[in-house]
Design a protein around this ligand. Structure first.
Ligand SMILES: C[S@@+](CC[C@H](N)C(=O)[O-])C[C@H]1O[C@@H](n2cnc3c(N)ncnc32)[C@H](O)[C@@H]1O
Length: 298
């Protein structure tokens, strides 16, 4: 299976679908969420989906109400202009990586499978994980491992990387894992590798900038009463979503007008974060860290 959708019913219910409305699924993947949105639309409703991975486009849905866009969700505003859409009734985002991307060793996302140090969601992009390891300065490497993961010894890791590449270039996952073995904390090796790979993946795909640009455009795109349903998998994804809902921007800065009033563009629909139940986690362990937030344009 390409990808098992996470929090499917909860996220679709959260959109409170207007059958004649216009919807966006900005992370199409295997199309699980898109198919469910289409079930709730009438003949007049429309669904646009985005994915930057060409593999996801193999899963396109043959339905005249559906359009799949090859691109980055950070440019959603441009796609809306291109298709001359006036108001968007709902946006679904299911951030992160698909199971397919993890499960294909050629793509280089999994430290368990080995393969190339690649990690590009869009293979047309030039920078791979190996380029980062081979070319970034020690300060930039340090910044990535300090900002995008929670390892307690980024300096040690960076030192090993710099020493290694004086002898030869990084190419495959196996040699990178061999290199970092001595710096992995005892009995926390798996978590350490997962974190290091997450940091590299975030940098390769410029995930945080894409996420922030996309989220900051949402208040200007949704129609009043339109909903955002956003599923995130780690705090670097969840925090900007939380900030957006609380303050209207991903930085979490409350904007006040001349009279000192705050005009918030969104209101939270779920006070408590929605997480998968035990049954879903047992059936799909990759759902474990998922967090769903739902907001409405006011
Ligand atoms: C977790 S999967 C989505 C799975 C999907 N909801 C399903 O049910 O099959 C995330 C997908 O979003 C895509 N993606 C991640 N960041 C993106 C971005 N900035 N722009 C467009 N697509 C992106 C990935 O390529 C991946 O296919």
């Amino acid at each position: 299976m390409y990808h098992k959708p996470v929090l499917l019913n909860e996220s679709i219910e959260g959109l409170n679908i207007n059958p004649n409305g216009i919807y966006f699924d900005v992370t199409f993947g295997g199309g699980g969420h898109s198919k469910e949105i289409l079930k709730n639309l009438s003949e007049k409703g429309r669904l646009y989906a985005i994915d930057r991975d060409p593999d996801a486009h193999e899963n396109t849905i043959k339905d005249k109400r559906f359009t799949l866009i090859y691109g980055n969700f950070r440019y959603i505003k441009n796609y809306i202009e291109f298709y001359k859409l006036e108001s968007i009734d709902g946006i679904l985002a299911d951030f992160g990586v698909s199971s397919h991307q993890f499960d294909i060793s050629d793509r280089g996302f999994s430290f368990r499978l080995g393969g190339n140090l690649d990690m590009r969601m869009n293979p047309e992009q030039t920078t791979k994980a190996s380029d980062i390891l081979n070319k970034y300065s020690d300060e930039d490497l340090y910044k990535i491992f300090r900002t995008y993961c929670d390892i307690h010894n980024p300096g040690k890791l960076v030192k090993s990387i710099i020493e290694y590449r004086q002898q030869k270039d990084f190419e495959d996952i196996e040699s990178f894992i061999e290199l970092i073995k001595p710096v992995m904390p005892y009995q926390r090796e798996i978590k350490y590798q997962a974190q290091v790979f997450q940091a590299l993946r975030i940098e390769v795909n410029d995930e945080i900038n894409s996420l922030n640009e996309f989220l900051d455009s949402i208040p200007y795109l949704l129609t009043i009463g339109g909903r955002l349903s956003a599923i995130s998998y780690h705090s670097l994804e969840d925090k900007p979503v939380k900030n957006l809902i609380k303050t209207g921007n991903t930085r979490g800065e409350l904007q006040k007008d001349f009279y000192g009033q705050t005009n918030l563009p969104l209101k939270a629909i779920n006070r408590k974060i929605i997480i998968p139940n035990e049954k879903e986690i047992n059936e799909n362990p990759r759902a474990k860290s998922a967090k769903l937030r739902i907001a409405e344009k006011i």
